[in-house]
Design a protein around this ligand. Structure first.
Ligand SMILES: [Zn+2]
Length: 62
């Protein structure tokens, strides 16, 4: 199932695709820092939003 991983602070899409990545893989790819809001990406899930990608289209903006 395609997933999307977003920064919980600004909503920037850090990863989207069919592979299920670990939080650490995604965070490492961005050098543990959100490229948009520069908040630190810690290896805890509450810093991220991980959703099936199809929910992205229906989810309303926070
Ligand atoms: Zn961010």
């Amino acid at each position: 199932m395609p997933i999307v991983v977003r920064c919980s602070s600004c909503g920037y899409v850090l990863y989207s695709g069919k592979e299920l990545k670990s939080i650490d893989d995604v965070a490492r790819r961005w050098d543990y820092r959100c490229p948009c809001c520069l908040s630190k990406l810690e290896k805890v899930t509450d810093k991220f939003t991980i959703r099936p990608i199809h929910e992205l289209k229906t989810a309303s903006r926070a």
